[in-house]
Design a protein. Structure first.
Length: 314
């Protein structure tokens, strides 16, 4: 344990230029030995790890939290600026963050911890740069899971037509009105009530960190890029294929942490993943919802820390 660690403001913003876009990130215990990146879920930001970074920083982890492009205080590019946003783009962002921000200070393998969308990004990174990733902790892992590991490929002409249709649809879909309505009629609080089993954890700070990025003028255009990107992505970017690829090498230990009261991604999906991929470890947290790391941080931190310790890699 690092006894020299000083308590820091875990939300202090740092900015990094990534392909001309401003990316916001925070760190706690930057000079510690073991690098770890926390990746938030859809609609959240680096601040959602408010109850986790300090815990790991005190235990000798250089604890980074990153606003994925389109979220938090990072830039919110649209289709014209970036084309599309999906887990491949976010994976590239994380890969470059490791190379340009972490590696100059620390050459050790990186631990990735993700919530929901962040878990999918972490899985994508584990496949893309498996030699640089020490382990992935996914809580939970979204995306449909299929037993057939073969990837069906669409005919190029059909795929091109489908992508063009999706793009046009989201360009003209009135997302500005949609975002206005969800901020004005309490939809965000309603969503959080569904995501969290323990309602007392839904405080003003949580509501603000979800709401403020949505109020930015560029939020609708970025949401369009996400809708287009995730709807038109290649089958090789889906969790089923990525898990089968990772399974082939088993170089990256993989832990799933799942709340048994998760209303967004039900527990049966986690059990299905663990059944199909026996090398994946599933840990079920009773009476917890979709965001265990914030709803039950002491439990989440303990499970994660013990998993990392048991790897005996560090």
């Amino acid at each position: 344990m690092n006894n020299n660690f000083k308590e820091e403001n875990i939300n202090f913003p740092n900015y990094w230029n990534w392909h001309g876009f401003k990316i916001c990130w925070s760190v706690s215990g930057e000079d510690n030995e073991i690098p770890i990146i926390f990746l938030h879920g859809f609609g959240a930001s680096r601040k959602h790890w408010r109850s986790n970074l300090g815990y790991f920083a005190k235990r000798n982890f250089a604890s980074y939290s990153l606003d994925l492009i389109g979220f938090g205080d990072s830039d919110q590019p649209g289709i014209r600026q970036i084309g599309k946003l999906n887990n491949e783009i976010w994976c590239n962002q994380v890969k470059d963050f490791i190379e340009q921000v972490i590696k100059p200070k620390n050459s050790r393998k990186v631990i990735l911890i993700g919530n929901s969308l962040g878990s999918l990004v972490a899985l994508t990174c584990a496949v893309s740069i498996e030699d640089q990733i020490a382990t992935v902790i996914a809580s939970p892992l979204p995306d449909k899971i299929q037993e057939n590991k073969k990837v069906s490929t669409n005919k190029p002409l059909l795929k091109k037509f489908k992508d063009r249709f999706i793009k046009i649809f989201f360009i003209f879909f009135p997302l500005e009105i949609f975002l206005f309505l969800i901020t004005k009629f309490g939809v965000i609080r309603l969503g959080l009530n569904s995501a969290y089993f323990k309602k007392d954890n839904i405080d003003r700070e949580l509501i603000d960190l979800i709401t403020k990025p949505v109020l930015r003028k560029t939020s609708a255009r970025s949401l369009r890029a996400m809708c287009f990107g995730m709807s038109s992505r290649d089958k090789k970017l889906e969790a089923s294929y990525l898990l089968s690829k990772l399974c082939a090498s088993k170089k990256v230990p993989f832990l799933l942490i799942w709340g048994d009261k998760d209303n967004f991604i039900p527990l049966f999906l986690g059990k299905k993943i663990a059944n199909l991929h026996r090398w994946v470890k599933l840990k079920i947290v009773p009476n917890s919802g979709h965001c265990i790391h914030d709803e039950d941080p002491s439990i989440f931190n303990k499970i994660s820390y013990e998993w990392i310790n048991d790897l005996k890699t560090f």
